[in-house]
Design a protein around this ligand. Structure first.
Ligand code: TNX
Length: 491
């Protein structure tokens, strides 16, 4: 099984000379809770192959020429592990959980020619190399983050991004929903957040926001792809859009003017006013109700106008609201200054700050998601000639994004306390999803491989040659990407 699967599977045994050919007689067998994943696979394969690919609970009378989904009893495969066996007559995808079957589909997809991703009918043959894969993730959390606050991205654009990240077994999409420049999710008890606070964007553009119905639709779409949406409402800083929408949220009772620049750190909620906590109680309650996943991200980064003790008591107060509404707290690394409730998670990003407080929090049971800005911030430029992006954390070529090891990144933060890795994209310089994709690909797959593959299976040369095969796949999907000179692209 010669393959270019990204992230690299844990274990692959090729069956030389064997292959399975997808034909107009192929059936998909997907019983019980595998049925929606069978339907998803059929939906991926039908447009380009033109084959009918019927999906049903049994193989019927002709067991050959089938792609079968099997959920089995063995818990060793965990939440997302799977086996994928490709023989001449059959393909079998096996997992303990539906999420594992979904991840198996992503590997299967990558074993087919890139043209399978096209939206219109293509010529075959559609051969899948024979062999067996046994695979499971290193880390539970493999995330991408999209900043929809600095510039707004529509539901359709976010869906396209979800489809693109799911191909790399990314299972978390963190949406940075609010910032100084815009508030992007409807809160029905505070409507001006979006009708006023949603109208701006960096550079003075028109902004936008998701109604709760649209947000719920995004949640559902993501769930069907085994991606958990993590909503972030940034606080107490990065709140100018809220402060512009409601005068009472300001200490002086005066609404702030809208902000369309890209400075950070100047805004803060009024941490002494009772109304601030009534406001946050409403926001957190409404957001929790929209969120099936366990985490709410409360931001907590870069507030330069608040004395440390006030910041700490704010975070400690807000975390109780999150707990009250049944969720766990996630926040940028600054929140470790507070005493966090058990089960909280912090997101490391600031390469210029000491990591000792993060290590100390980890020692007390706070888990860590790693997003080191100099490796994983996909809004950094590839090199000095990249037009889009920023460079405060340096430039990040594909190899830089790939060659780092989570367990040795921070002293005192090892495998046991690392929940996973996440690749954020901040959108100060990005106006279209095309531009987001340009920065995400090919670096997002590098971060995905760090999060999924065993450390021992990772190797830059091997990764680079597998990654090269994904260029034509992105072209077929209509996904924009950067043709990095570090990769020998096939076309
Ligand atoms: C830092 S990362 C920020 C964001 C910016 C980003 C730009 C973090 C928690 N805060 O507000 O958008 O840098 O790279």
């Amino acid at each position: 099984m010669q393959n270019s699967i990204v992230p690299a599977p844990a274990w692959v045994t090729p069956a030389e000379g064997v292959s399975f050919a997808l034909t107009d007689a192929t059936h998909i067998v997907a019983p019980g809770s595998a049925a929606p994943i069978g339907a998803y696979l059929a939906g991926l394969l039908r447009p380009s192959t033109g084959f009918p690919l019927p999906v049903g609970p049994t193989a019927g009378i002709a067991p050959g020429d089938t792609i079968s989904f099997e959920l089995d009893e063995r818990p060793q495969l965990g939440e997302e592990g799977y086996e994928l066996e490709v023989a001449a007559e059959t393909v079998v995808l096996r997992a303990h959980r539906p999420a594992g079957l979904f991840q198996a589909v992503q590997s299967l997809r990558q074993l087919l020619p890139a043209a399978v991703e096209r939206a219109d009918k293509q010529d075959g043959p559609w051969e899948i190399p024979g062999g067996k894969i046994v695979d499971q993730p290193r880390f539970a959390w493999r995330g991408a983050m999209l900043d929809v606050a600095r510039h707004f991205f529509t539901v359709e654009e976010v869906k396209k991004y979800i489809d693109a990240i799911a191909l790399y077994k990314i299972n978390t999409l963190h949406l940075h929903l609010t910032d100084d420049q815009g508030w992007r999710v409807e809160i029905t008890s505070w409507p001006r957040l979006t009708t006023e606070g949603g109208r701006t964007a960096v550079g003075g553009g028109k902004g936008g926001y998701y109604t709760q119905a649209q947000y719920a639709d995004l949640v559902r779409f993501a769930q069907e792809r085994f991606v958990t949406l993590v909503p972030e409402v940034d606080m107490p800083g990065h709140t100018n859009a809220a402060l512009a929408s409601y005068p009472e949220l300001n200490c002086d009772g005066m609404a702030r003017p809208p902000y369309t620049g890209i400075e950070v750190g100047f805004s803060s909620l009024c941490v002494d006013k009772p109304v601030t906590y009534e406001f946050l109680d409403d926001v957190i309650r409404e957001l929790a109700a929209l969120t099936p996943g366990p985490y709410l991200h409360i931001g907590g980064d870069e507030v330069k106008t608040l004395p440390a003790p006030e910041y700490v008591s704010f975070i400690e107060r807000v975390q109780q609201l999150v707990v009250k509404h049944g969720k766990k707290v996630l926040g940028w690394q600054e929140i470790v200054a507070a005493t966090l409730v058990p089960g909280s998670v912090t997101q490391y990003w600031d390469i210029n700050a000491s990591s000792a407080p993060v290590a100390a929090a980890a020692k007390n049971g706070t888990k860590v998601v790693l997003s080191p800005a100099s490796k994983a911030y996909l809004d950094m430029k590839y090199d000095k000639n990249t037009v889009l992006g920023l460079q405060w954390a340096g430039t990040i070529e594909v190899r830089d994004a790939y060659e780092w090891e989570p367990a040795t990144l921070l002293d005192g933060v090892g495998d046991a306390v690392i929940l996973g890795v996440e690749a954020p994209i901040w959108s100060e310089t990005l106006q279209t999803i095309d531009e987001v994709e340009f920065l995400a690909f090919p670096r997002l797959p590098a971060i995905a491989e760090i999060g999924w593959s065993p450390a021992a299976a990772r190797n830059w040369d091997d990764f680079g040659s597998r990654l090269a095969a994904h260029g034509p796949r992105w072209s077929a999907m209509g996904v924009n990407y950067h043709r990095s000179e570090q990769i020998t692209w096939p076309e």
